[in-house]
Each structure stands twice: as structure tokens, then as C-alpha cells.
Design a protein around this ligand. Structure first.
Ligand code: FE2
Length: 161
């Protein structure tokens, strides 16, 4: 006999929890797509900047990998299933994947856009989270926005003369 799980009563109505979980699922999909893109570029980068970019991309995907877990587990704490398949991620993500192997600086340009897209997805959710008085999600979003904006700046700096 299966038992119904205990209801969630954390002070955020179910309707708001559902909307926040949906927004976080979009953020998870963008974060996963960005993670995989960064790891792909770590594997495939070539050219005179190989060492710099190979190592820089590794730092970035390692940080992103850890963040995926925090985002997914926040969705669970709000009472909803976290998306965890490529099929769902493709549907939910705003980031477009690349075909083939771009040149090193095109990889950097693509990553700037993907970092900024992920920051926008996180920021778009903020008003809803604020209204729902959901501090843990606000804290998580603040941290993710900070990381993505900082990483976008570092990548963008590589493109300047
Ligand atoms: Fe490696």
C-alpha cells in the first residue's frame, strides 16, 4: 500500500510554488545546456589560446555542475519533480546549441551569449520569488546571476584588443 506523502506547508501557496518551480526548471535547463556547452568547448578548443581556454572552461563547467544540483533540489523542496532528461532540457532551454566545432574566439562569443541568457532566465524569475517571500530561491538566484554576469565579463574581456 502506497501512502500519500505529507502535504507541504512552508508558507508559500501551491500556485506560487508551482510557478517558481517552473521558472527554476527553465533555469536548470539553461544551466545544464551551458554546462554541457562549456565542457564540449573544453574538449574541443584548439589554437594559440588552448591552455588558457581549456583551463578556464574547466573551472567554469566544474562550478556549473555543482550549481545544477542546488537548482534541481530547490525544485524538489518546493514540491515538484525536477526535469532530468535531454528531451525536457531542449524544450525548456532558451540557449541554442551549436553545431560542429567553432573556432576558439567563436566559442568565447557563444559562451558570453549563453552566460548572459542564463543570467536573464534567473533574473526574469526574481519578481515572482520576491512576491512569494521565497528567500532560499532568491538567495540561489542572486548567486547564479552573480556568477553568470561575472563569467560573462571574464569571457567578454578575452574578445577585447
Ligand atoms: Fe578535462
Amino acid at each position: 500500500m502506497s501512502k500519500k506523502s505529507a502535504p507541504i506547508n512552508i508558507g508559500i501557496p501551491e500556485m506560487q510554488r508551482a510557478k517558481i518551480a517552473d521558472g527554476l526548471s527553465h533555469l536548470l535547463a539553461d544551466s545544464y545546456t551551458l554546462y554541457l556547452m562549456t565542457h564540449n568547448f573544453h574538449w574541443n578548443v584548439t589554437g594559440p589560446m588552448f591552455n588558457t581556454l581549456h583551463l578556464m572552461f574547466m573551472q567554469q563547467y566544474t562550478e556549473q555542475w555543482t550549481a545544477l544540483d542546488l537548482i534541481a533540489e530547490r525544485v524538489r523542496a518546493l514540491g515538484f519533480p525536477a526535469p532530468g532528461t535531454y528531451k525536457e532540457f531542449v524544450k525548456l532551454a532558451s540557449i541554442k546549441e551549436v553545431d560542429g566545432v567553432p573556432k576558439a574566439l567563436d566559442m568565447v562569443r557563444t559562451l558570453v551569449e549563453a552566460q548572459e541568457a542564463t543570467a536573464r532566465t534567473a533574473r526574469d524569475l526574481f519578481p515572482l520569488v520576491d512576491e512569494a517571500n521565497d528567500q532560499p530561491t532568491a538567495d540561489l538566484l542572486t548567486q547564479r546571476i552573480d556568477v553568470h554576469e561575472k563569467t560573462a565579463w571574464m569571457l567578454r574581456s578575452l574578445l577585447e584588443e
